[in-house]
Every structure is written in C-alpha cells, then in structure tokens.
Design a protein. Structure first.
Length: 216
C-alpha cells in the first residue's frame, strides 16, 4: 500500500491553515498534513500548499525560494484571477486553486502536482479566451486584438503583428468594443486585464525558473 502524500501547509492565517488541513485529510489514506505554519516547511514533505492571501505573488521571496528549491507548490488564491494565476504558473508554481475548491478537487490537484504534473500558463490563457468568447460573442481575431491592445500596442503595430491592414484592425477594434461594452482604449485595457487577457505572464515575470509545463 502506498504511503499517504505528505503536505505542508503555509498560511499566515490560523483559520485558513485549519480549514486546509481538514480538506486535505478528509481521506488520510491518500494525504496527511505534516506541517501547518507561516513560513518553515518540514523536511519530510512531498508538496507545499501555499496560501497567498495578503501576499504579492511576484514579490514573495518565500514563494520564490520554494520554487527555486524545486519543491512542488500549489498556490491558493482567495478567488480565481486568471492574470494572477498565469503569473504564478510562469514563475514555476505547479498549480493554482481558489478558496471555493472542494476537498475532492483539492486532493486531486495536490496529487497531480506531487506526481510532477504542471499546469501551463497557456492553459489559463486558453480558458480565459474561451470564457471571453462565450460570454460576449467575440471572435478569435477580436480577442487577439484586445490582447495586443492590453499589451500596449498601437493599431499600426497590431496590424503588423497580425499581418492585416490598419483599416482591418480599426474594424476589429470597433466591433470588439461594441461586444464588450466599452468606448475607449483605456477601458478596453481594463476589461482585458480583468478577464485574463492582459499582457502575457511570460513577458512580465522576470528571472522565473524554467520548468517544463504539462497541462493536467
């Protein structure tokens, strides 16, 4: 019989640590918590569940230290944010879950991460694109234009990037704005960022360790 997975829980909040411990240990034959604290990780762990509440992910030195040590880390967010999730995955986090995760789903995600599976940032981006298209009727081209607008490109630069004319880009911009209900470039940028279509994480996270990513 396989030994249960040994999970270290890192959180600044007592209630969160207690709740995560209960969720993880709902099936103690599969997983147990070997340590629940605010920083120190016990030596005999298989994986770390890291609560980012109150922390800035890209500036969290403890998180970066864990990733650099090649520890498998599953990050916990208070609520799902596609842009934050993409940045965390680009940094080297194995997976990202939110507070509404169930015991069953949490244990499955932790097991997958401990087994070496990694969610690719591109998977989050694809999900954000799909959700945006379904919710608004945006075409793939319009989504691409909104992503490039959010990245700071001008219409002329977008035309060069997509190999289309400037007038075609202007048409895409007008129809995209109408679909998402905005009237200015600044509002389009805000909408894109809120819906996970902002600048790609690979371009915004510097010095992140390179880890082969596999979509779970």
């Amino acid at each position: 019989m396989n030994k249960p997975l040994r999970v270290a829980v890192i959180s600044r909040h007592d209630l969160t640590r207690a709740g995560l411990t209960q969720l993880i240990q709902f099936d103690p034959d599969r997983a147990i918590v070997v340590g629940a604290g605010t920083a120190d990780v016990p030596a005999d762990h298989d994986i770390v569940l890291y609560d980012l509440a109150g922390r800035e992910a890209t500036e969290d030195s403890e998180l970066r230290r864990l990733i650099a040590s090649e520890t498998a880390v599953v990050a916990l967010l208070a609520e799902f944010r596609a842009d934050v999730s993409e940045r965390l995955l680009a940094m080297g986090v194995a997976d990202v879950v939110s507070m509404d995760v169930t015991s069953k789903a949490l244990l499955e995600r932790v097991e997958h991460a401990a087994a070496g599976r990694r969610i690719a940032p591109a998977a989050v981006r694809r999900h954000s694109r799909d959700v945006a298209r379904l919710a608004t009727g945006l075409t793939e081209r319009e989504v691409a234009v909104l992503e490039l607008i959010a990245a700071g490109l001008s219409n002329r630069q977008i035309a060069a990037e997509l190999y289309v004319s400037i007038n075609t880009v202007k048409t895409y911009v007008r129809t995209a704005y109408r679909r998402i209900g905005v009237t200015s470039r600044s509002h389009a940028v805000l909408w894109a960022v809120r819906h996970g279509l902002g600048p790609r994480a690979e371009a915004t996270v510097a010095n992140a360790p390179r880890i082969s990513a596999v979509v779970a």
